[in-house]
Design a protein around this ligand. Structure first.
Ligand code: CTP
Length: 401
Protein backbone atom coordinates (compact mmCIF):
# COMPACT_ATOMS: atom_id res chain seq x y z
CA UNK A 1 0.00 0.00 0.00
CA UNK A 2 1.09 3.60 -0.51
CA UNK A 3 1.54 5.36 2.77
CA UNK A 4 2.55 8.98 3.33
CA UNK A 5 4.36 9.55 6.59
CA UNK A 6 4.07 13.23 7.44
CA UNK A 7 6.47 14.40 10.13
CA UNK A 8 5.94 17.74 11.89
CA UNK A 9 8.55 19.64 13.86
CA UNK A 10 8.67 18.04 17.28
CA UNK A 11 11.42 16.23 19.15
CA UNK A 12 9.38 13.01 18.83
CA UNK A 13 10.31 13.03 15.11
CA UNK A 14 13.12 10.63 15.98
CA UNK A 15 10.58 8.02 17.07
CA UNK A 16 8.97 8.22 13.63
CA UNK A 17 12.14 6.69 12.16
CA UNK A 18 11.08 3.51 13.93
CA UNK A 19 7.52 3.88 12.61
CA UNK A 20 8.96 4.21 9.11
CA UNK A 21 11.21 1.18 9.55
CA UNK A 22 8.29 -0.98 10.70
CA UNK A 23 6.06 0.17 7.83
CA UNK A 24 8.83 -0.63 5.34
CA UNK A 25 9.42 -4.05 6.91
CA UNK A 26 5.73 -4.82 6.41
CA UNK A 27 6.25 -4.21 2.69
CA UNK A 28 4.61 -0.79 2.31
CA UNK A 29 5.68 1.92 -0.09
CA UNK A 30 6.30 4.91 2.19
CA UNK A 31 6.85 8.51 1.13
CA UNK A 32 8.10 10.71 3.96
CA UNK A 33 6.97 14.32 3.94
CA UNK A 34 8.65 16.20 6.77
CA UNK A 35 8.02 19.86 7.51
CA UNK A 36 10.98 22.24 7.45
CA UNK A 37 10.88 22.29 11.26
CA UNK A 38 10.94 18.46 11.37
CA UNK A 39 14.19 18.53 9.39
CA UNK A 40 15.75 20.53 12.25
CA UNK A 41 15.26 17.41 14.40
CA UNK A 42 15.92 14.58 11.92
CA UNK A 43 17.66 15.32 8.62
CA UNK A 44 16.48 14.44 5.12
CA UNK A 45 19.22 11.80 4.56
CA UNK A 46 17.80 9.69 7.42
CA UNK A 47 14.29 9.74 5.93
CA UNK A 48 15.60 9.12 2.42
CA UNK A 49 17.76 6.19 3.50
CA UNK A 50 15.01 4.54 5.57
CA UNK A 51 12.25 5.07 2.97
CA UNK A 52 14.40 4.49 -0.12
CA UNK A 53 12.90 7.61 -1.70
CA UNK A 54 13.81 11.26 -2.12
CA UNK A 55 12.49 13.55 0.58
CA UNK A 56 11.18 17.09 0.28
CA UNK A 57 9.34 19.56 2.49
CA UNK A 58 8.59 22.19 -0.10
CA UNK A 59 6.20 22.43 -3.02
CA UNK A 60 8.98 23.95 -5.14
CA UNK A 61 10.97 20.73 -5.61
CA UNK A 62 10.17 18.71 -8.76
CA UNK A 63 7.34 21.07 -9.68
CA UNK A 64 6.84 19.40 -13.09
CA UNK A 65 5.56 16.30 -11.24
CA UNK A 66 3.07 18.42 -9.29
CA UNK A 67 4.00 16.72 -6.02
CA UNK A 68 1.77 18.95 -3.87
CA UNK A 69 -1.26 17.27 -5.46
CA UNK A 70 0.05 13.88 -6.59
CA UNK A 71 1.41 12.61 -3.27
CA UNK A 72 -1.92 13.12 -1.49
CA UNK A 73 -4.05 11.85 -4.37
CA UNK A 74 -2.08 8.61 -4.71
CA UNK A 75 -1.95 7.74 -1.00
CA UNK A 76 -3.89 4.85 0.58
CA UNK A 77 -3.16 6.24 4.05
CA UNK A 78 -1.58 9.37 5.48
CA UNK A 79 -0.02 9.21 8.94
CA UNK A 80 1.18 12.40 10.61
CA UNK A 81 3.54 11.51 13.46
CA UNK A 82 4.33 13.56 15.39
CA UNK A 83 1.46 15.98 14.74
CA UNK A 84 2.38 19.20 16.56
CA UNK A 85 -0.14 21.78 17.84
CA UNK A 86 0.79 23.97 14.88
CA UNK A 87 0.26 21.18 12.34
CA UNK A 88 -3.11 20.24 13.86
CA UNK A 89 -4.18 23.89 13.69
CA UNK A 90 -3.16 24.17 10.04
CA UNK A 91 -4.90 20.91 9.15
CA UNK A 92 -8.07 21.90 11.01
CA UNK A 93 -8.22 25.21 9.13
CA UNK A 94 -7.14 23.94 5.72
CA UNK A 95 -3.95 26.00 5.52
CA UNK A 96 -1.46 24.83 2.92
CA UNK A 97 1.95 26.51 3.06
CA UNK A 98 4.22 23.50 2.56
CA UNK A 99 4.23 20.03 1.01
CA UNK A 100 2.71 18.24 4.03
CA UNK A 101 -0.21 20.62 4.48
CA UNK A 102 -0.88 20.54 0.71
CA UNK A 103 -0.83 16.74 0.87
CA UNK A 104 -3.39 16.78 3.69
CA UNK A 105 -5.75 18.86 1.55
CA UNK A 106 -5.43 16.64 -1.52
CA UNK A 107 -5.60 13.26 0.23
CA UNK A 108 -8.95 11.47 -0.01
CA UNK A 109 -7.75 8.41 1.90
CA UNK A 110 -7.95 7.95 5.72
CA UNK A 111 -5.66 10.26 7.72
CA UNK A 112 -4.22 9.29 11.09
CA UNK A 113 -2.88 12.13 13.25
CA UNK A 114 -0.57 11.16 16.12
CA UNK A 115 -0.20 14.24 18.32
CA UNK A 116 2.83 14.90 20.49
CA UNK A 117 3.40 18.09 22.46
CA UNK A 118 3.62 19.43 25.96
CA UNK A 119 0.59 18.87 28.18
CA UNK A 120 -0.32 22.58 28.27
CA UNK A 121 -0.37 22.77 24.49
CA UNK A 122 -2.44 19.57 24.20
CA UNK A 123 -4.95 20.74 26.79
CA UNK A 124 -5.26 24.26 25.35
CA UNK A 125 -8.84 24.91 24.17
CA UNK A 126 -7.51 25.91 20.73
CA UNK A 127 -5.79 22.51 20.26
CA UNK A 128 -8.79 20.63 21.62
CA UNK A 129 -11.10 22.50 19.24
CA UNK A 130 -8.80 21.68 16.31
CA UNK A 131 -8.73 17.99 17.30
CA UNK A 132 -12.53 17.95 17.60
CA UNK A 133 -12.84 19.55 14.14
CA UNK A 134 -10.48 17.00 12.58
CA UNK A 135 -12.32 14.10 14.21
CA UNK A 136 -15.70 15.46 13.23
CA UNK A 137 -14.47 15.64 9.64
CA UNK A 138 -13.47 11.98 9.70
CA UNK A 139 -9.81 12.19 10.71
CA UNK A 140 -8.48 9.60 13.13
CA UNK A 141 -6.68 11.41 15.96
CA UNK A 142 -4.83 9.20 18.43
CA UNK A 143 -4.75 10.22 22.10
CA UNK A 144 -1.22 11.08 23.25
CA UNK A 145 0.43 8.89 25.84
CA UNK A 146 1.21 10.00 29.36
CA UNK A 147 4.72 10.01 30.75
CA UNK A 148 8.09 11.67 30.50
CA UNK A 149 8.14 14.71 28.18
CA UNK A 150 11.16 16.46 26.68
CA UNK A 151 12.24 18.35 29.76
CA UNK A 152 12.06 17.17 33.34
CA UNK A 153 8.27 17.32 33.26
CA UNK A 154 5.83 14.46 32.80
CA UNK A 155 2.21 14.42 31.68
CA UNK A 156 -0.07 13.77 28.73
CA UNK A 157 1.49 14.59 25.38
CA UNK A 158 4.05 11.88 24.64
CA UNK A 159 4.06 10.28 21.22
CA UNK A 160 2.61 6.75 21.62
CA UNK A 161 5.07 3.89 21.07
CA UNK A 162 5.91 3.21 17.37
CA UNK A 163 4.43 -0.31 17.69
CA UNK A 164 1.09 1.17 18.75
CA UNK A 165 1.10 3.74 15.97
CA UNK A 166 1.79 1.08 13.33
CA UNK A 167 -0.85 -1.19 14.84
CA UNK A 168 -3.53 1.50 14.58
CA UNK A 169 -2.30 2.51 11.12
CA UNK A 170 -2.71 -1.08 9.88
CA UNK A 171 -6.15 -1.11 11.42
CA UNK A 172 -7.16 2.08 9.61
CA UNK A 173 -5.67 0.74 6.38
CA UNK A 174 -7.66 -2.50 6.68
CA UNK A 175 -10.97 -1.09 7.91
CA UNK A 176 -10.95 2.54 6.78
CA UNK A 177 -11.57 5.03 9.51
CA UNK A 178 -12.22 3.10 12.71
CA UNK A 179 -15.90 3.36 13.67
CA UNK A 180 -16.51 5.53 16.75
CA UNK A 181 -19.26 3.22 18.01
CA UNK A 182 -17.81 3.11 21.53
CA UNK A 183 -17.61 6.91 21.92
CA UNK A 184 -19.05 7.94 25.28
CA UNK A 185 -18.72 4.38 26.62
CA UNK A 186 -16.49 3.27 29.46
CA UNK A 187 -15.01 -0.20 29.11
CA UNK A 188 -12.83 -2.24 31.43
CA UNK A 189 -10.34 -4.77 30.11
CA UNK A 190 -8.22 -7.10 32.23
CA UNK A 191 -4.96 -8.40 30.78
CA UNK A 192 -1.99 -10.58 31.65
CA UNK A 193 -1.54 -13.34 34.18
CA UNK A 194 -1.67 -13.04 37.95
CA UNK A 195 1.03 -14.30 40.34
CA UNK A 196 0.51 -15.97 43.70
CA UNK A 197 3.53 -15.79 45.97
CA UNK A 198 4.96 -18.76 47.86
CA UNK A 199 7.55 -16.48 49.48
CA UNK A 200 8.99 -13.04 48.63
CA UNK A 201 10.83 -14.36 45.55
CA UNK A 202 8.82 -17.33 44.26
CA UNK A 203 5.39 -17.40 42.72
CA UNK A 204 2.88 -19.54 40.85
CA UNK A 205 2.13 -17.88 37.52
CA UNK A 206 1.06 -18.59 33.97
CA UNK A 207 2.09 -17.92 30.38
CA UNK A 208 -0.35 -15.11 29.56
CA UNK A 209 1.54 -12.25 27.85
CA UNK A 210 -1.26 -9.68 28.02
CA UNK A 211 -1.15 -9.14 24.23
CA UNK A 212 -4.83 -9.88 23.61
CA UNK A 213 -5.91 -7.65 26.51
CA UNK A 214 -3.70 -4.82 25.26
CA UNK A 215 -5.05 -5.24 21.72
CA UNK A 216 -8.59 -5.02 23.17
CA UNK A 217 -7.70 -1.83 25.03
CA UNK A 218 -6.11 -0.24 21.95
CA UNK A 219 -9.02 -1.23 19.70
CA UNK A 220 -11.56 0.21 22.18
CA UNK A 221 -9.55 3.45 22.39
CA UNK A 222 -9.49 3.69 18.60
CA UNK A 223 -13.30 3.25 18.62
CA UNK A 224 -13.66 6.19 20.98
CA UNK A 225 -14.11 4.46 24.36
CA UNK A 226 -12.76 5.52 27.72
CA UNK A 227 -10.67 2.52 28.73
CA UNK A 228 -9.52 1.19 32.08
CA UNK A 229 -6.91 -1.53 31.62
CA UNK A 230 -6.25 -3.70 34.66
CA UNK A 231 -2.88 -5.20 33.80
CA UNK A 232 -1.46 -8.17 35.69
CA UNK A 233 2.31 -8.45 35.22
CA UNK A 234 2.37 -7.29 31.62
CA UNK A 235 5.61 -6.04 30.06
CA UNK A 236 4.17 -4.25 27.02
CA UNK A 237 3.98 -0.50 26.36
CA UNK A 238 0.88 1.04 27.93
CA UNK A 239 -1.86 1.78 25.37
CA UNK A 240 -1.88 5.57 24.96
CA UNK A 241 -4.97 7.14 26.47
CA UNK A 242 -5.93 4.18 28.69
CA UNK A 243 -6.11 4.38 32.47
CA UNK A 244 -3.79 1.54 33.46
CA UNK A 245 -4.12 -0.13 36.87
CA UNK A 246 -1.19 -2.49 37.50
CA UNK A 247 -1.92 -5.50 39.72
CA UNK A 248 -0.07 -8.65 40.75
CA UNK A 249 -2.34 -11.20 42.42
CA UNK A 250 -5.82 -12.49 41.59
CA UNK A 251 -7.27 -10.72 44.65
CA UNK A 252 -5.73 -7.40 43.53
CA UNK A 253 -7.11 -8.00 40.04
CA UNK A 254 -10.53 -8.74 41.50
CA UNK A 255 -10.61 -5.55 43.59
CA UNK A 256 -9.41 -3.36 40.69
CA UNK A 257 -11.82 -4.89 38.14
CA UNK A 258 -14.87 -4.72 40.44
CA UNK A 259 -14.08 -1.10 41.34
CA UNK A 260 -13.74 -0.03 37.69
CA UNK A 261 -16.71 -2.16 36.57
CA UNK A 262 -19.12 -0.22 38.78
CA UNK A 263 -19.16 2.55 36.16
CA UNK A 264 -18.54 0.51 33.03
CA UNK A 265 -20.69 -0.30 30.00
CA UNK A 266 -18.64 -3.43 29.28
CA UNK A 267 -16.06 -5.57 31.04
CA UNK A 268 -13.81 -7.95 29.15
CA UNK A 269 -11.93 -10.49 31.24
CA UNK A 270 -8.97 -11.24 28.98
CA UNK A 271 -6.64 -11.84 31.92
CA UNK A 272 -5.61 -15.28 33.08
CA UNK A 273 -6.08 -15.07 36.84
CA UNK A 274 -4.39 -17.85 38.80
CA UNK A 275 -7.17 -20.19 39.91
CA UNK A 276 -5.29 -21.20 43.07
CA UNK A 277 -3.06 -19.52 45.63
CA UNK A 278 -0.94 -20.97 48.43
CA UNK A 279 -2.75 -21.12 51.77
CA UNK A 280 0.35 -19.56 53.33
CA UNK A 281 2.69 -17.13 51.68
CA UNK A 282 5.93 -17.14 53.69
CA UNK A 283 7.34 -13.74 54.65
CA UNK A 284 10.91 -15.09 54.50
CA UNK A 285 12.45 -17.00 51.59
CA UNK A 286 11.88 -20.74 51.90
CA UNK A 287 15.22 -22.52 52.45
CA UNK A 288 16.17 -25.95 51.08
CA UNK A 289 15.95 -28.63 53.79
CA UNK A 290 19.24 -30.32 54.75
CA UNK A 291 17.65 -33.78 54.42
CA UNK A 292 16.76 -33.19 50.75
CA UNK A 293 13.01 -33.08 51.36
CA UNK A 294 10.79 -30.61 49.45
CA UNK A 295 8.04 -28.51 51.02
CA UNK A 296 4.42 -29.45 50.37
CA UNK A 297 2.43 -26.46 49.16
CA UNK A 298 -1.22 -26.42 50.08
CA UNK A 299 -3.41 -24.43 47.70
CA UNK A 300 -6.81 -22.81 48.05
CA UNK A 301 -9.12 -21.71 45.19
CA UNK A 302 -9.27 -18.05 44.21
CA UNK A 303 -12.61 -16.34 43.62
CA UNK A 304 -13.93 -16.47 40.05
CA UNK A 305 -14.06 -12.79 39.01
CA UNK A 306 -15.94 -13.39 35.76
CA UNK A 307 -18.65 -15.31 37.58
CA UNK A 308 -18.88 -12.60 40.25
CA UNK A 309 -19.23 -9.88 37.58
CA UNK A 310 -21.90 -11.91 35.78
CA UNK A 311 -23.86 -12.63 38.95
CA UNK A 312 -23.61 -9.22 40.60
CA UNK A 313 -24.22 -7.18 37.41
CA UNK A 314 -22.70 -3.99 38.82
CA UNK A 315 -24.43 -1.77 36.27
CA UNK A 316 -27.67 -2.11 34.28
CA UNK A 317 -27.16 -3.23 30.71
CA UNK A 318 -23.47 -3.96 31.26
CA UNK A 319 -21.99 -6.50 28.83
CA UNK A 320 -19.68 -9.03 30.47
CA UNK A 321 -17.23 -10.91 28.28
CA UNK A 322 -15.10 -13.90 29.27
CA UNK A 323 -12.40 -15.91 27.57
CA UNK A 324 -12.07 -19.67 27.51
CA UNK A 325 -8.97 -21.58 26.57
CA UNK A 326 -10.10 -25.12 25.85
CA UNK A 327 -8.53 -28.28 24.50
CA UNK A 328 -11.60 -30.51 24.40
CA UNK A 329 -11.54 -33.92 26.11
CA UNK A 330 -13.43 -37.24 26.25
CA UNK A 331 -16.52 -35.45 27.66
CA UNK A 332 -16.88 -33.02 24.79
CA UNK A 333 -15.44 -30.95 21.96
CA UNK A 334 -13.91 -27.51 22.47
CA UNK A 335 -17.26 -25.86 21.66
CA UNK A 336 -19.28 -28.27 23.86
CA UNK A 337 -17.08 -27.43 26.84
CA UNK A 338 -17.20 -23.72 25.99
CA UNK A 339 -21.02 -23.66 25.80
CA UNK A 340 -21.15 -25.30 29.22
CA UNK A 341 -18.64 -22.74 30.55
CA UNK A 342 -20.70 -19.85 29.17
CA UNK A 343 -23.74 -21.14 31.04
CA UNK A 344 -21.74 -21.82 34.21
CA UNK A 345 -20.11 -18.39 34.27
CA UNK A 346 -23.28 -16.52 33.28
CA UNK A 347 -21.51 -13.96 31.06
CA UNK A 348 -22.98 -12.46 27.87
CA UNK A 349 -20.15 -13.41 25.52
CA UNK A 350 -17.43 -16.02 25.71
CA UNK A 351 -14.41 -15.84 23.40
CA UNK A 352 -13.25 -19.39 22.84
CA UNK A 353 -9.65 -20.25 21.91
CA UNK A 354 -8.69 -23.77 20.94
CA UNK A 355 -5.35 -24.25 22.71
CA UNK A 356 -4.84 -27.93 21.88
CA UNK A 357 -1.46 -27.25 20.26
CA UNK A 358 -0.19 -24.85 22.94
CA UNK A 359 -1.09 -22.00 20.56
CA UNK A 360 -2.22 -18.49 21.61
CA UNK A 361 0.17 -17.80 24.50
CA UNK A 362 2.61 -15.06 23.50
CA UNK A 363 1.64 -15.41 19.82
CA UNK A 364 0.90 -12.33 17.76
CA UNK A 365 -2.10 -13.78 15.98
CA UNK A 366 -5.14 -15.64 17.16
CA UNK A 367 -8.30 -17.41 16.01
CA UNK A 368 -11.49 -17.74 18.02
CA UNK A 369 -15.21 -18.36 18.18
CA UNK A 370 -17.41 -15.89 20.05
CA UNK A 371 -20.30 -17.63 21.79
CA UNK A 372 -23.19 -15.47 22.99
CA UNK A 373 -25.69 -16.22 25.75
CA UNK A 374 -28.41 -15.26 23.24
CA UNK A 375 -27.37 -18.25 21.08
CA UNK A 376 -25.16 -16.48 18.51
CA UNK A 377 -21.97 -18.21 17.45
CA UNK A 378 -19.53 -15.99 15.55
CA UNK A 379 -16.35 -17.53 14.10
CA UNK A 380 -13.38 -15.14 14.03
CA UNK A 381 -10.90 -16.18 11.32
CA UNK A 382 -7.18 -16.36 12.09
CA UNK A 383 -5.82 -12.85 12.25
CA UNK A 384 -3.91 -10.42 14.40
CA UNK A 385 -4.95 -9.98 18.02
CA UNK A 386 -6.13 -6.50 16.94
CA UNK A 387 -8.50 -8.07 14.41
CA UNK A 388 -9.80 -10.48 17.05
CA UNK A 389 -10.22 -7.50 19.41
CA UNK A 390 -12.32 -5.62 16.87
CA UNK A 391 -14.47 -8.70 16.27
CA UNK A 392 -15.15 -8.82 20.02
CA UNK A 393 -16.00 -5.10 20.20
CA UNK A 394 -18.30 -5.53 17.17
CA UNK A 395 -20.32 -8.03 19.24
CA UNK A 396 -20.21 -5.85 22.37
CA UNK A 397 -21.23 -2.69 20.46
CA UNK A 398 -24.14 -4.52 18.80
CA UNK A 399 -25.42 -5.56 22.23
CA UNK A 400 -24.94 -2.15 23.85
CA UNK A 401 -27.61 -0.93 21.46
N1 CTP B 1 -11.46 -15.98 35.31
C1 CTP B 1 -11.81 -15.17 36.36
N2 CTP B 1 -11.41 -15.46 37.63
C2 CTP B 1 -10.69 -16.58 37.87
C3 CTP B 1 -10.33 -17.42 36.81
C4 CTP B 1 -10.74 -17.09 35.54
O1 CTP B 1 -12.48 -14.15 36.14
N3 CTP B 1 -10.31 -16.84 39.10
C5 CTP B 1 -11.92 -15.64 33.96
C6 CTP B 1 -10.83 -15.45 32.94
O2 CTP B 1 -10.41 -14.11 32.87
C7 CTP B 1 -11.54 -15.87 31.66
C8 CTP B 1 -12.55 -16.88 32.10
O3 CTP B 1 -12.68 -16.69 33.52
O4 CTP B 1 -12.26 -14.79 31.09
C9 CTP B 1 -12.23 -18.32 31.79
O5 CTP B 1 -11.19 -18.79 32.53
P1 CTP B 1 -10.85 -20.36 32.64
O6 CTP B 1 -9.59 -20.42 33.38
O7 CTP B 1 -10.93 -20.97 31.31
O8 CTP B 1 -12.08 -20.85 33.44
P2 CTP B 1 -12.08 -21.85 34.59
O9 CTP B 1 -13.22 -21.45 35.45
O10 CTP B 1 -10.73 -21.90 35.21
O11 CTP B 1 -12.36 -23.14 33.84
P3 CTP B 1 -12.76 -24.52 34.43
O12 CTP B 1 -14.02 -24.23 35.20
O13 CTP B 1 -12.95 -25.29 33.18
O14 CTP B 1 -11.61 -24.91 35.28
Amino acid sequence: MRIVLGVAGGIAAYKSCEVLRRLKESGHDVTVVPTAAALEFVGAPTWAALSGKPVSSEVWDGVHEVPHVRIGQEADLVIVAPATADLLAKAAHGLADDLLTNTLLTARCPVLFVPAMHTEMWEHPATQANVAALRQRGGQVMEPAEGRLTGKDTGKGRLPEPLEIVDLAMDVLARGRVSQDLAGRHVVVSAGGTREFLDPVRFLGNRSSGRQGHALARAALARGAEVTLVAANVSLPEPAGAKVVPVTTTEELRVAVLRAAAGADAVVMAAAPADFRPVHSETAKIKKAADGSAPVVELVQNPDILKELSTERLRDGQIVVGFAAETGDETGSVLDLARAKLARKGCDLLVVNDVSGGAVFGATDNEAVILAADGDEVPVPRGSKTEVAHAIWDQVAARLG
